[in-house]
Ligand binder design. Structure first.
Ligand code: APR
Length: 286
């Protein structure tokens, strides 16, 4: 298993890179797909290369395949991507994915396998190309600021129309709509608790948001789901305390169920990201 960090010399490939690409090819990471429709999708990455770090597994495999097969699209563009380091981002994510597959094959303990299903990234959840993103909504479900506002802006008016039909959503519960103009197919709206000092059941209500969202994901056969840090913005829930609840609840759900396959915590800003990484590290060392 490739363990040392991947490096890329500009315009040419390090030996490690070549070996890794060959390994991926041998392990069926090179896939067949509809090249024509893929080209439009792939062009997004020319305009917004930062999307590569948020792309889902099958997109990463398509990018790798175009590279390995030296497809027309790949030549100039891929050399450019390699030069600016974006391709390294793809390879690092493929490295994590390949490790997951090897862990599954070699039947490493469920525990570490489960932890491999959880990913922590920094970014804008509205850009994520996953089956479902979770919205930190309010009980009216009629939009608001923060991530709620960002999701409604990105999804477009139809989202609000569907939310209207859902009527309300109680704190700690979750409801699902389509994703409309978002890259994600679904939006799971959940209403987190407002922080009132910690003695009004806030912890349990926040835990319930994650459980209800994951239960909906399982019902809708959602394989990849992304969560923002629910309640830690306008609702004032302390980030560290909220991240501990989020990681513990997701870990427990993945232990007790077979889906979703991948849960991504999307942190908005460096301090949130550092907090989630630290809490995740402590959780795995317990
Ligand atoms: N992508 C990912 N995370 C985001 C994004 C984004 N585009 N925008 C904000 N966040 C983060 C915030 O930094 C915070 O860590 O989401 C977390 C939740 O913050 P809020 O969006 O303020 O949600 P919350 O604290 O749950 O308050 C919900 O705010 O927007 C209103 O209508 C919403 O009334 C509801 C309340």
């Amino acid at each position: 298993m490739q363990t040392e960090p991947l490096t890329l010399d500009p315009f040419c490939y390090s030996e490690k890179f070549h070996r890794f690409i060959t390994t991926l090819s041998e392990e069926n990471f090179v896939i067949s797909f509809d090249w024509v429709s893929w080209q439009n999708e792939a062009n997004r990455f020319i305009t917004y290369p930062e999307l590569l770090t948020l792309a889902d597994i099958s997109t990463l495999q398509k990018l790798l395949t175009t590279h390995v097969r030296k497809e027309r699209f790949c030549s100039g563009y891929m050399a450019n991507m390699i030069e600016n380091g974006h391709f390294l981002a793809i390879l690092k994510r493929l490295q994590v994915i390949r490790t997951n597959i090897i862990l599954e094959k070699t039947d490493i303990s469920d525990e570490s396998n489960m932890m491999q299903q959880i990913e922590i990234i920094q970014g804008d959840i509205t850009q994520l190309q996953v089956d479902a993103i979770v919205n930190a909504a309010n009980s009216s479900l009629l939009g608001g600021g923060g991530v709620d506002g960002a999701i409604h802006r990105a999804a477009g008016r139809e989202l609000l129309e569907e939310c209207r039909q859902l009527r309300r959503c109680e704190t700690g519960e979750a409801k699902i709509t389509k994703g409309y103009n978002l890259p994600a197919k679904w939006v799971i709206h959940t209403v987190g608790p407002v922080w009132k000092g910690g003695n009004y059941g806030e912890d349990e209500l926040l835990a319930s948001c994650y459980r209800h969202s994951l239960t909906l994901a399982e019902q809708y056969q959602i394989k990849t789901i992304a969560f923002p840090a629910i309640s830690t913005g306008v609702y004032g829930f302390p980030m560290e305390r909220a991240s501990k609840i989020a990681i513990a609840e997701v870990h427990q759900f993945l232990h007790d169920h077979n889906s979703p396959e991948q849960v991504i915590f999307v942190c908005f800003g460096q301090s949130a990201y550092d907090c989630y990484l630290r809490v995740m590290q402590e959780f795995t060392e317990k």
